[in-house]
Design a protein around this ligand. Structure first.
Ligand SMILES: Nc1ncnc2c1ncn2[C@@H]1O[C@H](COP(=O)(O)OP(=O)(O)OP(=O)(O)O)[C@@H](O)[C@H]1O
Length: 233
């Protein structure tokens, strides 16, 4: 389980995380939602051990983020930091060399599924193709917790839903947990077990998607629009 307790992270005078507490249960697919600048990436980075909190605590199966939790987590950043000078095949071999949990069969399956080729250069690839390359590299690891920061961004709308479904239906390991930040709510809504909605660093809504829809008697998108409007007042 990932436990976030009273997390505060500031950049200058900006509170990117403002006293956020939440628990992420194992085997769930959780949508991390919110408007631009809400704090989604900051939260993912803090869980991945790339940001140190000013206050509060994060525990991943009882361990602190960073070295202690390495191996349990895969973090896919929203920007390209994936070895741009390499060919995709080189990056795959490099990942296999440095990660004990690299899964060759899965990597080849994803290569085929995404229509990618090992000889493709990462730097030369279009944004959407690079997004698929990043996903291939991240999903080929068997880490228990997958933190995906806007993985569908840049991928054309025709492929987005298909890829989102593939991530969950075909490429997830039993019991794997995904925390996925996205603005493409419509495309991934059906995949999500739970949502966490943050606004200006504060947690404003969390819960099980189906339960929220039953309680509010409206679509997830309409619930989020309403919550967002209230949060802005
Ligand atoms: N390294 C940084 N230095 C200064 N400010 C930062 C830094 N990282 C994030 N911020 C600020 O913290 C706030 C939250 O940013 P964050 O990137 O977490 O939002 P987000 O929800 O991921 O946004 P988006 O949907 O636009 O990607 C923003 O106001 C942002 O400008």
């Amino acid at each position: 389980m990932i436990q976030v307790e009273r997390a505060v992270k500031t950049f200058g005078r900006k509170k990117a995380l403002d006293d956020i507490s939440l628990n992420i249960e194992e085997g769930r697919i959780i949508g991390l939602l919110g408007t631009n600048g809400a704090g989604k990436s900051t939260l993912l980075k803090a869980i991945a051990g790339l940001h140190r909190l000013d206050r509060g605590e994060i525990r991943i199966d009882g361990k602190s983020p960073g070295l202690a939790a390495r191996g349990m987590l895969t973090y896919l950043p929203d920007i390209d930091v994936w070895y741009p000078w390499m060919k995709l095949g080189d990056a795959m071999r490099y990942m296999r060399d440095i990660h004990w949990d690299w899964d060759d069969d899965k990597a080849l399956h994803l290569l085929d599924y995404f229509g990618l080729k090992e000889h493709m250069g990462i730097r030369e690839a279009s944004r959407g193709i690079r997004a698929k390359m990043k996903l291939l590299l991240a999903l080929s690891l068997q880490a228990k917790y997958l933190l995906l920061d806007e993985p569908l961004s840049g991928i054309d709308p025709f492929a987005r839903a298909q890829i989102a479904h593939a991530i969950v239906d075909d490429f997830l390991y039993e019991g794997q947990t995904i925390l996925i930040s996205t603005h493409e709510i419509a495309e991934i809504e059906l995949l999500l077990d739970d949502i966490v909605f943050i606004h200006e660093g504060k947690l404003v809504l969390e819960g099980h998607v189906e339960t929220l829809k039953q309680i509010h008697k409206m679509s997830l998108m309409d619930i989020l629009k309403e919550v967002n409007q209230h949060a802005r007042v």
